[in-house]
Design a protein around this ligand. Structure first.
Ligand code: NAD
Ligand code: UDP
Length: 322
């Protein structure tokens, strides 16, 4: 059935892919964004579609819309972006989610809340299962994001318990692909940009820290499936690729796939940088029948191809934190 679907943060990296899938499925898609970390070019190809609408709005302010489903993605996601204005980041997570849930309560809409693996902090449990409660430093430089997302999860569960809002919380692990902001300071975008420019690949710390990288198309499929079950399943559910790589391995892979002769260069490790991260996706397999299918090499090939096709001068430069 055709649904009226709001995607907050819809012009961002994940949001633009999600909007595209929903438009292709024939839904009436409302993309809301304040373009803090994104550009209109991410959704320009959708603008002439009759079932796509772009709304410039800051979700820390209330908005009155009539919708059946809401994907709440609005929030800067890369450390360099969310630390740019940490107070705004935590406000976006909390107030944005509050406004979305209020709208859902009024409209009887379903909600998918984009949470994050960062709610686990620097985890003592590996791989991370949803029942693990995390080790987050509440006063560190990542707290505006981590604690903002944790408070947003709390709000979702309380709205569900008190107002019977069908809301599902998904915890997204590192995701990459075309339309990542080339200057977001995240490891995949940094390494590809650096390799293509023949500059040194900057490894923070000794490169032994791990991450698990999920290709964007796989992730979007997981979001769609989670929304399907929001009535009966609140989550939280991990969405990510369980294949774990060290940052040093990632650097070598990017050098190999770009054919670059860039060296690697060591930089100091950022404060509170998680040492290991890998999702346990048993719950997603069971409840959503979902698992990623794109191997890292293949996803990186597609992402590198996209980076070769863009003009870097069309993107705003890095924030001062990086
Ligand atoms: P992104 O920065 O590309 O997208 C976020 C979008 O939200 C941007 O378009 C930005 O302009 C918009 N936005 C920010 N503040 C806003 C506000 N106050 N009002 C309206 N719009 C606002 O990041 P992304 O990678 O696409 O992340 C999307 C969501 O997924 C975020 O909520 C993020 O926390 C979550 N997530 C992403 C990852 C990942 O690896 N990409 C991992 C975990 C969680
Ligand atoms: N990192 C790195 N070089 C870079 C950017 C990031 O070594 O140019 C490291 C960073 O310290 C972290 C990992 O790569 O250990 C992933 O960082 P990212 O910012 O992509 O995401 P995070 O998972 O930390 O939110």
């Amino acid at each position: 059935m055709i649904q009226r679907i709001l995607v907050t943060g819809g012009a961002g990296f994940l949001g633009s892919h999600l909007c595209q899938r929903l438009v292709e499925q024939g839904h009436d898609v409302l993309c809301l964004d304040n373009f803090f970390t994104s550009q209109k070019s991410n959704v320009a190809h959708l603008l002439d579609r009759p079932n796509f609408e772009l709304i410039r709005h800051d979700i820390t302010r209330p908005i009155w819309l009539e919708v059946d489903q809401i994907y709440n993605l609005a929030c800067p996601a890369a450390p360099g972006h969310y630390q740019h204005n940490p107070i705004k980041t935590i406000k976006t997570s909390f107030l944005g989610t509050m406004h979305v849930l209020g709208m859902a309560k009024r409209c009887g809409a379903r909600v998918l809340q984009a949470s994050t693996s960062e709610v686990y902090g620097d985890p003592e449990v590996h791989p991370q299962v949803e029942s693990y409660r995390g080790a987050v430093n509440p006063i560190g430089p990542r707290a505006c994001y981590d604690e903002g997302k944790r408070a947003a999860e709390t709000l979702c569960f309380d709205y569900r318990r008190r107002h019977q809002i069908p809301v599902v919380v998904v915890r997204i692990f590192n995701t990459y692909g075309p339309r990542m902001h080339p200057y977001d300071g995240r490891v995949v975008s940094n390494f590809i940009r650096q390799a293509l420019a023949g500059e040194p690949l900057t490894i923070y710390g000794d490169g032994s820290q791990t991450r698990s990288f999920c290709y964007v198309d796989d992730l979007v499929e997981g979001l769609l499936r989670a929304m399907q079950v929001a009535e009966e399943f609140p989550g939280p559910v991990n969405l990510g690729n369980p294949e774990e790589f060290t940052i040093a391995q990632l650097a070598q892979l990017v050098i190999e796939l770009t054919g670059s002769s860039s060296p690697v260069e060591r930089r100091p490790a950022p404060e509170d940088d998680p040492v290991r991260r890998r999702p346990d996706i048993s719950l997603a397999r069971k409840v959503l029948s979902w698992e990623p299918t794109t191997p890292l090499k293949e996803g990186l090939r597609r992402t590198i191809q996209w980076f070769r096709s863009i003009r870097l001068e069309d993107y705003r430069p890095p924030t001062p934190n990086f």
